[in-house]
Design a protein around this ligand. Structure first.
Ligand code: T1G
Length: 659
């Protein structure tokens, strides 16, 4: 039978007496207005035509339904609303079954929940990721899911926003079946359900869940929510499902959804969502194909090199690690195997995947082994002479079309490239430690980097599951430039009267996992000290310079590993040290500064302004392509709270900066 069109994105055809409705709204079948209108029309049609025994809903392409159209948020609502569509599905006189071909997320998962039955294809996934957007499910998810799979499991899924695959979905009772031919199975399920009274999730009694388990699940969500409000609201709503009627629960869910949708937190997280999809897109690379990369050479298998190796191995690459001696090569291999073992112990990797990784790994003391590499990443000591000499040697070893990447944090990769025979193949890949965990990679587009080399570096980073952000060449690239401005401002405030612990407390209250002085102590103070000493001769003598960190280093206070830094760790806990307080007081006195008080707001405002100001300079200099890239760098590399949207977003919208 020919297809009937219900709207520009919804059509249906009859299969075995069942109306099979297809949602086709590229790219992710979001529930835009015409999708909602089409679904209602399709349900009307199925109800009206006597020969139709029921309905199957499925999606075109790789996605079932990716949820509400996030771009419609903030625009006036268009009827029918998504909750209305859900009610129409649930109350349909004939059985409606979801045939879930791909991702059923947010409103897409809610459509499946409102159906009378659900069949998953092998590529299906289910999730209510709304909390990641600073909102809660707004079309019945918080009320239908606990009624289907229980309160504890629903708190976990909705509170974390995580996605489940078919094997877990069936265990949870989220789906009735999993089938390669999900459409045929769904049509079969409609036949089974036809003529019976339909299970309407909304009308079911809720079994009283075990209170202790509900408490534990709630606590777990709250402990991970880092100052965001959506996860707590989600937990509250799910728990309402066992306390109130379905109708009351839905009303409370809708009210909460609308309130959160208009919050700063949601605006910030939407910004981050689109920023991530923008990142790494470079206009000049349009139509340029990346080079093929199968074997990755990594020179230096210390902490950073080993982390990069693990990231490459788990993404399926062959890895050749290089060390200077046999002994160091053995240790490097052990370090890499150790990280993989830990991942198996914590359940992030299966033993089979680890064994596959180890089979693709070689660590050698002979640099000649790199002849086979398509890409070589150096992760050796951050010294210009060392890196230049290494790249010159590599010129004679690797194929002319192999790519050479430097993982330098502070050196000028243009200088490294200029010393090689083919500067066009040199690019920066600035990983963050631990490289197998941290998502951010700054991909440094050097003066001579060839477009297909840049495209290859971006494709490689994406293949590793990383978030690549392109940076031009500047001291410290995007992240460390902004971090330096942030640090400078924090030290100015300390010199002017704020205590380090006040600055840290203000940052932690804002949402940073750790304040800046605590971060310093974790990382160690000596590397930055050495750099300041190197730069002393070229420093602008008229620029303000705070000596306090130097004085700490001179006193042997290099941070946590020496038991003392900005704080004291003798008791095993971080403690304010009167010695540091005295040292700061002396530094102020030496400059005739009479200390003043800073409020929490002032501390945060000044630090945000410092970061945003440096970010603006990076945009003017053309180092960063877009301000949202800067936000991603600070969120993913430096602990800037995601739900504040990054320093540029916070500055642009004046949401966190009082003028
Ligand atoms: N709305 C608008 N655009 C979207 C979108 C959405 N929901 N999801 C993706 N896009 C765009 C995206 O910006 C990109 O655009 C393109 O689609 C491809 O995306 C009432 C309130 C579905 C797993 O949070 O997780 O439902 O950059 O690169 O890797 O309770 O997209 O090409 O211009 O990510 O194949 C909840 C978000 C909404 C799902 C596909 N839903 N999306 O991954 O493609 S709130 C989500 C995803 C809600 C209800 C509530 C993924 C995907 P461009 P992509 P992908």
């Amino acid at each position: 039978m020919s297809a009937t069109r219900f709207s520009e994105s919804v059509s249906g055809s009859i299969r075995d007496g069942v109306l099979v409705v297809i949602i086709d709204n590229a790219p992710v079948n979001a529930t835009s207005a015409h999708v909602r209108q089409g679904l209602v029309k399709a349900l009307d049609h199925a109800s009206a035509v006597g020969t139709v025994i029921g309905v199957v809903i499925t999606g075109a392409g790789r996605t079932f339904v990716g949820g509400a159209d996030i771009r419609e948020f903030g625009k006036p609502p268009v009827e029918p609303t998504l909750p209305e569509v859900m009610q129409r599905i649930e109350n349909c006189s004939k059985p409606v079954v979801a045939s879930v071909n791909g991702a059923a997320l947010g409103g897409g998962c809610e459509i499946a929940l409102a159906c009378h039955g659900r069949v998953a294809g092998e590529a299906a996934s289910f999730g209510l990721p709304e909390v990641k957007l600073g909102i809660v499910p707004g079309a019945g998810g918080t009320q239908r899911l606990p009624r289907l799979i229980g309160t504890v499991a629903a708190i976990d899924l909705i509170g974390s926003g995580r996605t489940v695959r078919p094997d877990e979905a069936i265990k949870l009772g989220l789906v009735d079946g999993v089938a390669a031919d999900h459409l045929a199975a769904a049509v079969g399920l409609v036949h089974q359900l036809a003529g019976q009274s339909q299970r309407r999730t909304g009308l079911l009694d809720v079994p009283i869940a075990e209170l202790a388990a509900v408490e534990a699940a709630s606590k777990k969500v709250l402990s991970r929510s880092r100052g965001q409000s959506a996860p707590a609201e989600a937990v509250r709503l799910v728990r309402l499902a066992s306390e109130r009627t379905f109708r009351d629960g839905l009303a409370e869910e809708r009210a909460t959804f609308l309130r959160l949708r208009d919050s700063n937190e949601a605006a910030a997280l939407r910004h981050v969502f689109f920023a991530e999809r923008q990142a790494g897109k470079v206009d000049k690379l349009e139509g340029i194909a990346p080079r093929r990369i199968e074997t990755v050479g990594i020179v230096g298998t210390g902490l950073m090199g080993a982390g990069i190796a693990v990231a490459a191995l788990t993404a399926g690459y062959r890895v050749v690690g290089i060390e200077q001696t046999e002994d160091a090569a053995t240790k490097g291999r052990e370090r890499i195997a150790g990280i993989l073992d830990k991942a198996v112990q914590s359940g992030r990797l299966t033993a089979t995947v680890r064994d596959g990784c180890l089979a693709r790994l070689a660590v050698a003391a002979n640099i000649g082994e790199l002849a086979a590499a398509d890409l070589v990443i150096e992760a050796v000591f951050d010294d210009l002479a060392v890196k230049t000499e290494l790249f010159q040697r590599l010129d004679g070893i690797v194929r002319p079309d192999a790519i050479l990447a430097t993982n330098t944090s502070y050196l000028n990769p243009d200088e490294i490239a200029a010393a090689t025979a083919h500067p066009g193949r040199v690019v920066g890949l600035h990983f963050f430690s631990p490289a197998n965990i941290m998502r951010l990679v700054e991909v440094v587009d050097c003066k001579a980097t060839a477009p297909d080399v840049l495209a290859s570096a971006l494709a490689f980073a994406r293949q590793l599951g990383k978030l690549p952000v392109v940076s031009g060449v500047t001291e410290g690239f995007i992240g460390n430039r902004i971090f330096s401005a942030y640090r400078r401002e924090a030290e100015f405030m300390v010199e002017d009267g704020a205590a380090p612990e006040e600055v840290d407390a203000a940052l932690e209250a804002y949402g940073f996992p750790m304040g800046i002085f605590t971060v310093y102590d974790m990382a160690g103070l000596e590397i930055a000290w050495a750099r300041r000493k190197r730069q002393a001769a070229t420093r602008d003598p008229n620029a303000r310079y705070v000596e306090i960190a130097d004085k700490l280093c001179e006193a042997g206070r290099f941070g946590r590993k020496t038991g003392k830094g900005w704080y004291d760790y003798a008791s095993g806990e971080k403690a304010v040290d009167p010695e540091v307080t005295a040292l700061i007081a002396a530094a102020r006195a030496a400059k005739d500064i009479s200390p003043r008080r800073f409020t929490v707001d002032e501390i945060v405002d000044r630090l945000l302004r410092a970061m945003a100001g440096e970010g603006a300079a990076l945009l003017t200099e053309g180092i960063a392509a877009r301000s949202s890239d800067i936000d991603l760098v600070m969120i993913n590399g430096y602990g800037f709270p995601e739900h504040k949207g990054g320093p540029m977003f916070a500055a642009e919208t004046h949401k966190d900066i009082t003028p």
